[in-house]
Design a protein around this ligand. Sequence first.
Ligand code: GLP
Length: 247
Amino acid sequence: MQIQPPVHPNDREAARTLARRVADAVIAKPNLVLGLPTGRTPIEFYRELVALVASGDVRLAGVTTFNLDEFVGVRPSHPGSYRHFMEEHLFGRVDISRENINFLRGEAHDLQEECERYEKAIEDVGGIDLQILGLGTNGHIGFNEPAGALEARTHRVVLEPETRRNNAALFGGDPSLVPREALSMGMGTILHARSIVLLATGTSKAACVERLLNGPITTQLPASFLQIHPAVDVVLDEAAAANLGRT
Ligand code: GLP
């Protein structure tokens, strides 16, 4: 696992590096299969990627996307849904083909079947080439929360209170309105991606970043499993790297 040197002075620079990395991967393989995150952290990254598309630097028309997760019981058009987030920050602003956008359907009648459908869809396109990840303040990736055991495949999750608080902005600032459950790619789904880039910015991530890079591999910090993947890069700003004893 490598920290993309140098540690970036701010979140904007970190986002710019990641957008360039994604654009270069798409230029090298126009039908790239891309795994995508939501959250506050990637907003700047999506803005930079949209700018690269707008300037003609890269086209996303041939790219296939799979988002990591979605809330249970929330329609795609709901302003709190991750699908809505993605429309607002990326899909609605670039030349991506609608039929190439893959999303977990949180309002599906049979959630188990929905999880199996998603796994199969990933398999059918030959797997994820490049998975972009954010980092929960409790060390979760996707919605794989700290636990005694972690699910390998796409599954239904009960969200931690901390995670619901961190997602409250999507639901008018009220954590009690954040759904209690979500669907998420599993740890195995994520670790099967051919390459992974984790983006972490801000002081709230500094403790987790230090543990995920230097600590033991533990289900209590799901992101620590990235240590066993052969092709992971970690893109940080100075605030997120503050506990690493380097700049
Ligand atoms: C949510 C998402 C995660 C994301 C995390 C961090 O819980 N399910 O995929 O990494 O938020 O969010 P933020 O970037 O807002 O700190």
